[in-house]
Design a protein around this ligand. Structure first.
Ligand code: NDP
Length: 248
């Protein structure tokens, strides 16, 4: 990625982009940003009131009218994703981008103490849902000229760290899923990459580091050049990469 990347104003015009976890933190900022650069955003998330707030922000800022998909990834099934994909094709005819952003942190604890239910929930939300959703969305993505799928990784998905248990393992799986897909779709008009946001001022970060002063961290807005770069056509030849966002 070029240093000091500056996206053109019309970068995402006529693009349809689905963002998971679009109601809060990095996902909400990405949705508002993609809309500002011309995209029609499909806002997927768990808490409807948060999605509605992002919807209103986009409309008030003069962006394309978004769509809302209220969905708890914990309970969603392959059939839910297939129905969702069909609705996207019926309504928009194609899908140009997916930002897999929603995640659950779980509790940081010794590996031996991870409860079975928490292991299952974190894997379901962070890994299984992204896998099944991607499978279902591939036909819609193949209808776009140059579709981009971006997964969200983490530093602990590249080097394991004590007590980060299920979350870290789920992020290793995310990196692996991205690499498998990138290799499978090489030169077939569909690209897959990861972003590791690094320490960013959100609720998830605050729950992992309660004693930290959030004002020392970069904000979701600071990350947006990387998100725009991977979602827009300036990154057409970038596939199978995992990009680390710079520290503040
Ligand atoms: P937030 O906790 O601020 O936001 C997470 C989003 O995911 C929320 O919109 C939340 O919805 C949604 N979500 C969580 N569970 C579900 C579910 N079961 N179904 C649907 N949506 C769900 O986190 P961040 O913005 O910090 O994180 C965004 C991504 O960045 C994550 O993948 C995270 O792992 C990654 N990341 C973040 C870092 C950081 O420092 N912030 C560092 C490294 C990686 P709701 O609000 O409705 O619960």
């Amino acid at each position: 990625m070029p240093t000091k990347y500056q996206a053109a104003e019309e970068l995402l015009e006529n693009k349809i982009i689905l963002i998971t976890g679009a109601g809060d933190g990095i996902g909400a900022e990405a949705a508002r940003t993609f809309a500002r650069f011309g995209a029609t955003c499909i806002l997927l998330g768990k808490t409807v009131s948060k999605l509605e707030k992002v919807y209103d922000d986009i409309v008030e800022a003069g962006g394309q009218q978004p769509a809302i998909i209220p969905l708890d990834l914990k309970g969603a099934t392959a059939k839910n994703y297939q129905d969702m994909a069909q609705t996207i094709i019926d309504q928009f005819g194609k899908l140009d981008g997916v930002l897999h952003n929603a995640s659950m942190l779980g509790h940081l604890s010794a590996f031996s103490d991870i409860p079975e239910t928490e292991w299952m929930d974190v894997m379901q939300i962070n890994v299984n849902s992204a896998a099944l959703m991607t499978q279902a969305l591939i036909p819609a993505l193949r209808k776009a000229q140059h579709a981009s799928v971006v997964f969200t990784s983490s530093g602990v998905g590249k080097k394991g760290r004590a007590f980060w248990g299920t979350y870290a393992v789920s992020k290793f799986a995310t990196e692996g899923m991205m690499q498998v897909l990138a290799s499978e779709f090489e030169n077939r008009g569909l690209r897959f990459n990861c972003i590791n946001p690094g320490a960013t001022r959100t609720k998830m970060r605050a729950s992992a580091y309660p004693a930290e002063d959030p004002m020392t961290l970069k904000t979701p807005a600071d990350l947006m050049p990387v998100y725009l770069y991977l979602m827009g056509d300036d990154s057409l030849n970038v596939n199978g990469q995992s990009i680390d966002c710079q520290p503040k």
